[in-house]
Design a protein around this ligand. Structure first.
Ligand SMILES: O=C(O)C(=O)C[C@]1(C(=O)O)C=C[C@@H](O)C=C1
Length: 259
């Protein structure tokens, strides 16, 4: 089996390495999240889904609906960003992945640098390595890979910066795990007072703890949404009770938390 991930030195690669012990798989590298969804097919992929500062990775959220994968696991990483480059004084432009740039927004603003978003933190550091007036935001490993200096550490705007990654695939991960979660996506049948309340009520009645609720545009019409809910455990019986309130409902996966 293979585990598709983002380029060497990215945070997603680190998350991939962390969970390899649960899979009999070899890491394979892709340039972006799209490519991971395209290639993982009968193998596995690992992609970022949410961050404690910037929130959802919308592309991942949307691709989960477009492709036919299951979420088969999740893992969380502490994320510490570094300013990487040649010399801080010379920097005029800063490169990184949009999520990393957003997590360091105040830091960048304070310095007044021009900002350029690129496909991954790996691409950002590669570009900075070719330009004395450029800096990049990324991991310590990336600085080493490209022979650049760490000019400043821990430049994220808030402490406790964490990103949650999901493992996508078609085959469940074998083993005994302590904690599980379930992720679903649905659209409400009717736009009326209490529509979402009826959904939430079914979880409350069963004392099921929700860990996340997120809405995304339906993309058909302004003001219409689809909802993503994550909850603790493996209860699928609750979903029967939701059916009368939704026009579609899909289980994205019931999966272990990989530590
Ligand atoms: O470009 C990278 O290093 C990534 O792994 C991507 C990514 C993301 O898209 O969220 C992963 C974790 C961090 O939140 C910042 C960037």
């Amino acid at each position: 089996m293979k585990l598709y991930t983002l380029p060497k030195g990215t945070y997603t690669e680190t998350a991939g390495k962390k969970i390899l012990k649960y899979l009999n798989a070899k890491l394979c590298y892709c340039q972006n999240i799209y490519e991971i969804f395209e290639k993982a097919k009968d193998d596995y992929g690992i992609v970022p889904i949410e961050n404690s500062i910037e929130g959802s990775v919308n592309l991942t959220q949307d691709l989960l609906l477009e492709y036919d994968y299951k979420i088969v696991g999740e893992t969380v990483l502490d994320i510490h960003h570094n300013l990487i480059g040649h010399s801080k004084e010379k920097i005029k432009i800063i490169y990184s992945h949009p999520q990393a740039l957003a997590q360091c927004r105040k830091y960048i603003k304070k310095h007044g640098w021009e900002v350029k978003a690129v496909e991954s933190t790996a691409k950002a550091v590669e570009l900075a390595s070719k330009n004395e007036e450029a800096g990049a935001i990324g991991s310590e490993g990336l600085a080493k890979l490209h022979g650049l200096k760490i000019l400043e550490r821990n430049i994220e705007d808030y402490k406790n910066n964490k990103t949650r990654f999901i493992v996508i695939g078609k085959k469940e991960i074998d083993g005994n795990f302590n904690k599980y979660k379930t992720s679903i996506v649905f659209e409400l049948k009717e736009d009326k007072p209490g529509a979402l309340y009826h959904i939430l009520k079914e979880f409350a009645l069963r004392e099921i703890n929700l860990t996340r609720i997120e809405s995304r545009p339906s993309k058909r019409m302004l003001g219409t949404y689809i909802f993503y809910i994550d909850y603790e455990g493996l209860n699928l019986e609750v979903l029967e009770s939701l059916k009368r309130y939704v026009s579609f409902l899909r289980v994205l996966g019931s999966y272990p938390i990989l530590v």
